[in-house]
Design a protein around this ligand. Structure first.
Ligand code: CMP
Length: 138
């Protein structure tokens, strides 16, 4: 057992058929998948999910991009989940992501950066509950 984080594989990585490769790296790094589905956001739902970035210059583009195709949200469990998962995915900008990280391997750009990872335990809980109800978490 451990604590939890939230992630979603973004449209660029889903469209590139990298769901299996990314999920394999996540499991090999010791994370247990608690919940998983494939879905697609509307622009409005993407706006709600990323409401904390509302005032950022990239917000509108981000919402258009995140609703442009299917995504694969997941809840993950591991000791020290939030911090360890952010290490596994690497920096937001793939040019700055360490070799071997998921963004280094799969991201296309700072926006189409393959995967999301929650930045705190509180946000992990909020973001996981955005996509999953309690009877989808095992
Ligand atoms: P994510 O970790 O999901 O959180 C916000 C997202 O905004 C980020 O990943 C990127 O997909 C996107 N984004 C686009 N441009 C930028 C930028 N300049 N700085 C940070 N995030 C950006």
């Amino acid at each position: 057992a451990g604590n939890r984080t939230f992630t979603m594989i973004k449209p660029d990585a889903v469209v590139a058929n990298n769901v299996g490769a990314i999920t394999k790296l996540i499991e090999e790094a010791g994370f247990r998948i608690v919940a998983l589905k494939k879905t697609q956001l509307t622009q409005e739902l993407a706006g709600q999910f990323y409401a904390v970035h509302k005032e950022r210059p990239f917000y509108k583009d981000l919402c258009a991009y995140m609703s442009s195709g299917p995504i694969v949200p997941m809840i993950l469990e591991k000791a020290n989940a939030v911090e360890d998962f952010r290490k596994l995915i690497g920096a937001t900008d793939p040019k700055k992501a360490e070799p071997g990280t998921i963004r280094n391997l799969f991201a296309k750009s700072i926006e189409a950066n393959a995967i999301h990872g929650s930045d705190s335990d509180g946000n992990a809980e909020i973001e996981g509950n955005f996509f999953f109800s309690n009877f989808e978490k095992f």
